[in-house]
Design a protein around this ligand. Structure first.
Ligand code: XIL
Length: 555
């Protein structure tokens, strides 16, 4: 050890330097810093919903939860079924584990949720009005009271999902037993239990301006006018890439902000049909980026909570079969493009491409059939530096335009269209930084009547067995090839001359001349897109005739 390096002055200077590193305000967040560092620099939180079991058992889960996020919501541990499974028996073990983790990691907790129609024990649901009201008030007072003096828990979802998608109050057991007054009562009880906590109303499908978000807007406005303590509105934001991005999200947040409430994104995820691929990942990343940017653009938006963080533990595959990959880390805790999108949006200003691509040309249609069409348009160019990433093709439908498809080139094949329907379509271009061009002019085409009527379904029959004087057709498969569910189907086909129907199953068959009409029964009429069902029938025919039916069509 040299004399120089061990001199008391030198040691003091080194100590002062270390102290300064702790105490002085930090400079701009480093480009590769964790999400929470960038979010803090923007005055926002970035959070995740946490589940108790991996939090207790998996180091990788704990490490990411601790380092990347500044806010935590219990995915299930604070719900009524967890905190008061039987009347008056409170259990805070899971909730406390999450709150303690948050405290250790300097994170804030948003309490989720006090009054909801799901994950609430049966004993609550069967109570009389008087008993239910006092059970609700007691539950709120005990659960909020448990954390009232704990500075980690800063806010609560007091009521969750009180509206249906049409904007009517949901006819839950709460509403059916207590009427609308339970909502105001719940907020008052929460305020009484913790005067410092921020009290929120939370719901889904409310990201865009629509009937449901407008119903919440009106309710919040009227409750606040009556002095009911509603401080904040949560937007769950469970998005899916196949349904399009709610492009008026920021505008919607802004109108709530104008009511004087805080807004927050409470349960963000962006699901897709699995398996994932690079194109879907890129679209998903754009959605994540757009959500973060919407919150950043609205001063009253406190932050964004992602509903989990790893695809290893996401509610999506269990709830939406065939969909998943909705989060920002994959099942092996690797960061996905959606992570980078959230990171870069929070880091802000680091993107050097503020310029959207040029507007694409008007889409023109060719090869139009009953359920498909090809579109081409003049390509966009992108001069901002990040490069053209692709195109989104929309159907113009007024308030909520439908995303028909995406393409990385200036053409697309659309399938699953409805027959005999006029489509007005437009295209917009995206670049690598997520900038979106203006909409192209509208192109118009009309799908034709398919052979036999199209109707978004197809039918095909298979000869299962035959003998000299007859045969069995089994199965006749009926498939919904449209993009929306159908509630009934009619299959027609032609019997060769001299053939007669002798039996059928799983459909009602009527015969007129040689034309047979088969209609669904009550239990097999509903078919989701791509779903199918089957029926069968038996026919007798003149001996030696080898013909079988033909011309199956479905409508
Ligand atoms: C979900 C959880 O993620 C699942 O683990 C649980 O089985 C069901 O609830 N809206 C909400 C959340 O407010 O509480 C829901 O969480 C997802 C939808």
């Amino acid at each position: 050890m040299s004399v120089h390096s061990s001199s008391p002055v030198r040691v003091l200077l080194a100590l002062a330097g270390m102290l300064a590193a702790f105490l002085l305000p930090t400079g701009p967040a480093h480009a590769s810093a964790p999400l929470r560092t960038h979010a803090a620099a923007k005055g926002k939180f970035i959070g995740a919903a946490l589940a108790t079991s991996p939090l207790a058992n998996e180091t990788a889960y704990r490490n990411i939860a601790a380092t990347e996020f500044s806010q935590v919501t219990a995915e299930n541990a604070m719900k009524w079924e967890s905190t008061e499974p039987s009347q008056g028996q409170f259990n805070f073990s899971g909730a406390d584990a999450i709150v303690n983790f948050a405290t250790q990691n300097n994170q804030q907790v948003h309490g989720h949720t006090l009054v909801w129609h799901n994950q609430t024990p049966g004993w609550v649901q069967g109570l009389s009005a008087t008993a239910m009201r006092s059970a609700m008030q007691n539950h709120i007072s005990q659960v909020v009271g448990h954390y009232a003096d704990n500075p980690t828990v800063v806010s609560w979802d007091v009521v969750n999902e009180v509206f249906d998608d049409s904007g009517n109050l949901r006819t839950s057991f709460w509403y059916n037993t207590l009427g609308q007054s339970y909502i105001a009562d719940a907020f008052r009880a929460a305020r009484a239990a913790d005067p410092d906590a921020r009290l929120c109303i939370n719901d889904y499908n409310t990201e865009g301006i629509n009937a449901k978000s407008t119903a919440i807007y009106n309710l919040v406005s009227s409750l606040r006018q009556q002095g009911v303590p509603v401080d904040c509105v949560g937007f769950q934001t469970h998005l899916a890439i196949q349904y399009g991005f709610p492009n008026d999200f920021q505008q919607n947040l802004q109108r709530f902000a104008a009511l004087g409430v805080q807004v927050r994104i409470t349960e963000l995820d962006v699901r897709m049909a699995t398996p994932r691929d690079a194109t879907k990942d890129a679209t998903q990343a754009t959605y994540y980026r757009n959500v973060v940017n919407a919150c950043l653009a609205v001063t009253a938006c406190a932050g964004v909570t992602i509903w989990g963080f790893t695809d290893k533990y996401s509610w999506v595959p269990d709830t939406f079969p065939g969909q998943g990959a909705a989060l920002i880390y994959d099942e092996s805790y690797q960061q996905k493009p959606s992570y980078t999108a959230v990171h870069d949006a929070l880091a802000g200003g680091t993107t050097t491409d503020p310029t959207p691509p040029t507007t694409p040309g008007t889409p023109s249609a060719s090869n139009v059939t009953s359920n498909s069409a090809s579109l081409t348009w003049t390509a966009s160019t992108d001069s901002g530096g990040s490069g053209l990433a692709g195109y989104d093709v929309y159907r113009e439908q007024g308030a909520t335009d439908q995303l028909l498809g995406q393409s990385t080139t200036n053409s697309i094949s659309l399938t699953g269209l409805s027959p005999s329907t006029q489509y007005q379509v437009y295209v917009r271009a995206r670049d690598g930084a997520g900038n979106v061009s203006a909409n192209s002019a509208l192109g118009t085409f009309t799908t034709t009547d398919g052979p036999g009527g199209g109707g978004g379904c197809t039918a095909a029959g298979t000869v299962q067995t035959q003998w000299a004087t007859g045969y069995v057709i089994q199965p006749v498969t009926v498939t919904n090839t449209g993009t929306s569910g159908i509630t009934g189907w009619t299959v027609t086909f032609t019997l060769p001359a001299g053939h007669t129907l002798t039996g059928s199953w799983n459909a009602t068959l009527t015969v007129s001349g040689q034309t047979v009409t088969a209609k669904n029964l009550a239990y097999n009429g509903n078919l989701a897109p791509n779903a199918g069902t089957t029926f069968g029938f038996q026919v007798s025919r003149p001996s030696g005739n080898t013909q079988t039916p033909s011309g199956y069509t479905c409508a």
